[in-house]
Structures are given as C-alpha cells and as structure tokens.
Write a protein that binds this ligand. Structure first.
Ligand code: ATP
Ligand code: MG
Length: 560
C-alpha cells in the first residue's frame, strides 16, 4: 500500500500538459473526455478518471467532453447510459453541451475505413477468429501474413461494402489494418478494425451489422471531438502505437494518449465482470446496493461527492499500479460527514427507561446543537418525557470496571438533558432486562449540576412517546479479505464476502425530527455513526442506511 504523489507537487500528467502548452502543440488548448462503455454502472475507479479529466479541463480553462464508447451492442444497455450520466453529474463533472456517442461517428469511421482501403492500408480477411489468433504470433515469434492480405483494392472495397450491407454471417470476415505482421508490437500486427455482428444497437438499432473495434473507434472519436489529451489507464499503453498509427494514417487531428495507473482499493473488487456477477447472481440487491463499490451505491449509502473528490485528489495520479488502503477513503468520508452531517439522536437497540419522578403526561423541550463543527447549523428542540429509550449497550447490571454508562446506583448524563440515576431493574421470566427505572435530577437540565458534581458517562436517548420507528441497515465492507482476488486454491472472491456486510435492525427509535429527513440529508446519530435516509423509506416506515461507523473498527481488528 502506498500513498502515491501528494497533490501539491505537480503530477506527471500536468507536467505533460504544461510541456504541450509551452511548445504550443495544441495551441494552448486543453480538452479532455470521459469515455465509459455503457456496459455496467460506474465505480469508484471511474470516479478517479472523471475527476482527473474534468479537473484538468477546469484547471487549464479547457473543456471536458462526455462520450459513450458504445461500440459493442451486445453488452450495452440504456439503463447503463442513464445511470452513468446521473453518476457523472452527481460527482460534479459538467460536460455542458458536449455529450457524445461513439455510435454517432459510425458513418465517419466507415468512410475513413474506406479511405484506408483505397490507400492499400486495410484489407478484408476471411480467416476465422481462431486462425487470426494463431497467425498473430507471440512476443518472441513474428506473426504470419494472412493469405487474403494482398487482395486488390477493388476486391476489398467490394467485400467491405457487402459486409456493411449484411451479406455475410457474423464472424465470416473482418476488416484489418495492413501494418506489419512482424512488428515487435503485437497490436500493430494487422489489427482488426471491423467485425460483422448482426446485433441491435441501443441507439443505431439495426442500421449497422458491422461494428468498429475499440482501437479503431477510440482515437478517431477523440480526434473528431478535438480532444487534446486522451487519458486512459495503463493497460492501454501498448495500444498507443496503434492509436498513433491510425491517426497518422488518416492525417487527422492527433491527440496525445497518456496512461495512468488504475485506482485499486483494499477490500474492494472493481472489475466490471465481477460486479455484474454480484448483481446478476443476487449476492447484492442491485447495482446500487450500498455494499457495492459503485457511485450509485456510495450515493445511496450517504457518501458525499465532496468526500470522493477529496479522496481522489489525496491519492493523486501515478504511473505505477498500487493498491490504496480502503481506510484512506473511509477517512475522507468521515472527515466530510463530520464537518457537515446534522447530529441527531437515535436508539438502534432500544431499552425502555422510566423516569419514576418525572410527571406523567408532561413534556419538556430541550435544546440540542445540530453540529458542533458548524455553528450556522443552529439547534433544535428535542422532547423529553417520563418514558425514554436508551441503547441496550448503555446499561449493564453487573458492569466491569471502567464501564461508565448506566448501571444500578450509577448516575449518568442524558445528552442535552438531565442527570439520571438507575434505581431499579425490571426483568422478564427469562431474567432478561426489559425495563429500567431511574430518577432524574431536575436541577441538571442541559447537562450541568449546579453543585458541580460530575458524572463519567453521557448517553443518548429518545422520548418513547415521541420517537419515530425505523428500520436501520448497518453496512460494512463487502469482503473480509484485503485482496479478495487472492484466495486459497479452490476459492474465489465470492468466498471472501463478509456475511455481516449488511445487518438489518427493525426496531429502532429515532428522535422525531428525523421523520422529516430527505435522502439529501446527512446525519450523525450521536455516538452511533453516520446515516442517511434510504429511498426504500415510506411514510410511516422510515429506512436509514449507515454510511460509516464513527471510528475505524477494522484498524483495531488488524492491530493497527
Ligand atoms: P472493464 O472493467 O470492463 O475493464 P472499464 O472499467 O475500463 O471496464 P470503461 O467504461 O471502459 O470501463 O471505463 C471508462 C474510463 O474509466 C476509461 O477511461 C478507464 O480507463 C477508466 N477507468 C476504469 N477503471 C478505472 C480505475 N480503476 N481507475 C481509474 N480509471 C479507471
Ligand atoms: Mg474499458
């Protein structure tokens, strides 16, 4: 685990941009893009790419484009197109009016392919996919030329047009660039540009039955949009020579491809294939199940875009792969929520308390601060009455030493309220404590004793008569292993799933102001954690999600 470059020093991408600006390569222009394939929801790794590209455009007074790289009709869906846009917007990246689709360029890409054929730089190949692979050679052996490589321009034009017209079945032929089968760069060994695929596309319908390969579509799409810096992840480094070759062959605007290391996090698996598996096989309730590492899930869980922004900028960009400790992300989530979340009182595992010397039917409104970190958040009134709930954990009949919460004969402070002393314990037939009786000291209103006596513990509570009922979902890390992809023989990442990543509590009691919560609000339930309203909530049945605990419980477990 590393912490990578601190944000203050200029990262290598900004150095490249500065150099281009010095030499005038793009006339001082900076235009970046985020090019997702709509084949799944965006995850935290994509957030890094989005914020990097958008941040660069902002910093250099440039433009940020949003482009769907929708060249593979089989895996792409409108649901993903919609969710991706919502997520990018939520993260705060503004593409203004520059939302594009690679599929909008299918006509231009086709025309350019024809141009390359005419120049003898592309040919139609009848080899099967397996044969093409076998002919490609290896890192140590050169490839072998296809017997169809030297077709005439006329024949190539004719066959390519007929491919487009749907005359051939899927896989019967491909269009390949004629580069060099002996190149030490395997991607330059006559890469496939087009394949035949009789599949309906989410935007172009059945208009096309040939589809461009990623490499043929990507650089040209960048070029059409006037992108200057085409930033991608390291696995595309060995595609760069091809990116450059196509643009040079066409003689069109030529952006600079720059590769950076993907974001990886401990206790998280980002591979889209694995995320799809979790969703399709029902390990989670959907793409936005708050246990998922998707943007939609973090949003639903109560993580703020600002927390993601500050995390991403703390991580910085690097040229070498590394894995970031999830605790760093969690730290940024807590920092942000601590500054902005409204404090509320909520009892997750209620135990009834009767204040025996408090008059029946009386209510007392107590002043409670909304956020000690932010004076402008003001305060609210919390009702106090004869019957309260406290956490079961906050009472012990036979406490060990150093237990400063409630136990028989002990006095504690109720947060924003009074001092109370436990006088009696009521048990059921099995000996379980079901209710406790206390007395309160009316002179301690607001939590101070006029005689200056101190109490060691302060506990939270809610008034029973005023409490609103809620279901509370406690979320935790989805995996118990730092690297769920590194499992013992015979096991997979699925075996690392944390069975306690979701615990549902059905009988929670919340202070009444929480009845008005919206999904936009962020709360700290005092002493319990950070929470937000879930969209499963209905009038009369509130559902809250735990965004994160107050402290890092995992660090303790790992002995950190
Ligand atoms: P797959 O998981 O199938 O490889 P992908 O995550 O690359 O897909 P894309 O939709 O192609 O999905 O990604 C869009 C952009 O996000 C690309 O520019 C890609 O490089 C970038 N990206 C994807 N994963 C990460 C990551 N973990 N860290 C940083 N950038 C990422
Ligand atoms: Mg990709």
């Amino acid at each position: 685990m590393t912490n990578e470059t601190p944000t203050e020093s200029k990262d290598f991408i900004r150095e490249i941009v500065d150099e281009h600006n010095r030499t005038g390569r793009f006339g001082g222009r900076v235009q970046t893009r985020f090019p997702p394939e709509p084949n799944g929801y965006l995850h935290i790794g994509h957030a890094k790419s989005i914020l990097l590209n958008y941040g660069l455009a902002q910093q250099y007074g440039g433009k940020f484009n949003f482009r769907f790289d929708d060249t593979n009709p089989v895996k792409e869906e409108q649901e993903y197109v919609d969710s991706i846009q919502a997520d990018v917007r939520w993260l705060g990246a503004d593409w203004e009016d520059r939302l594009f689709y690679a599929s909008d360029y299918f006509g231009q890409l086709y025309a350019w392919a024809v141009q390359l054929i005419k120049e003898g730089k592309a040919y139609v190949d009848d080899l099967s996919q397996d044969e093409i692979r076998a002919y490609r050679g290896t890192l140590t052996d050169p490839g072998k030329e296809s017997p169809f490589r030297n077709r005439s321009v006329e024949e190539n034009l004719n066959l390519f047009e007929r491919m487009k017209n749907g005359e051939f079945p899927d896989g019967a032929r491909v269009l390949r660039a004629k580069i060099d089968m002996a190149s030490p760069i395997i991607n330059l060994r006559d890469p496939v540009m087009y394949r035949i695929l009789h599949a309906e596309h989410h935007r172009t319908g059945n208009q096309w039955c040939i589809y461009p390969m990623y490499d043929w579509a990507h650089g040209q799409s960048d070029s059409i949009e006037g992108i200057t810096h085409s930033i991608c992840t390291l696995e595309f480094e060995n595609h760069r020579p091809l990116y450059d070759w196509y643009l040079d062959a066409l003689g069109v605007h030529h952006p600079q491809q720059i590769e950076f290391a993907k974001l990886n996090l401990t206790y998280i698996v980002l591979s889209k294939r694995r995320l799809i598996q979790l969703v399709k096989d029902g390990y989670v309730s959907g793409w936005d199940d708050p246990r998922m590492p998707t943007i939609a899930a973090f949003r639903r869980r109560g993580v703020t875009p600002e927390a993601i922004q500050s995390f991403v900028s703390a991580v910085g960009v690097a040229k070498a792969n590394s894995t970031i400790d999830l605790a760093l992300f969690e730290y940024h989530i807590r920092q942000n929520l601590n500054a902005h979340a409204l404090r509320r009182m909520a009892v997750l595992n209620p135990l009834k308390v009767v204040i025996t010397n408090y008059p029946e039917g009386q209510t007392d409104m107590l002043d409670a601060i909304n956020n000690p970190e932010d004076e402008s958040a003001g305060s609210r009134q919390v009702p106090f009455s004869r019957e309260l709930y406290i956490e079961q954990d906050d009472f012990m009949e036979d406490p060990p030493k150093k237990y400063f919460r409630l136990s028989p004969g002990v006095e504690v402070r109720l947060r924003y309220g009074y001092f109370i002393t436990c006088t009696d314990v009521v048990k059921d037939a099995d000996g379980k404590v079901v209710e406790i009786h206390c007395t309160y000291d009316p002179t301690t209103r607001g939590g101070q004793a006029p005689d200056g006596r101190k109490v060691k513990g302060t506990i939270h509570w809610v008034s029973a008569a005023h409490a609103v009922d809620a279901e509370v979902r406690l979320y935790d890390r989805l995996y118990t292993k730092e690297d769920p992809m590194d499992m013992p023989e015979g096991q997979t990442f699925l075996d690392a799933i944390n069975p306690d990543a979701l615990v549902v509590l059905n009988d929670c009691k919340l202070e009444p102001s929480l009845a008005e919560a919206t999904t936009q609000d962020r709360f700290q339930f005092e002493r319990v954690g950070y929470f937000c309203l879930d969209y499963d909530s209905q009038p009369g049945k509130l559902v809250f999600n735990r965004t994160i605990t107050l402290k890092d419980a995992w660090a303790k477990m790992a002995g950190k």
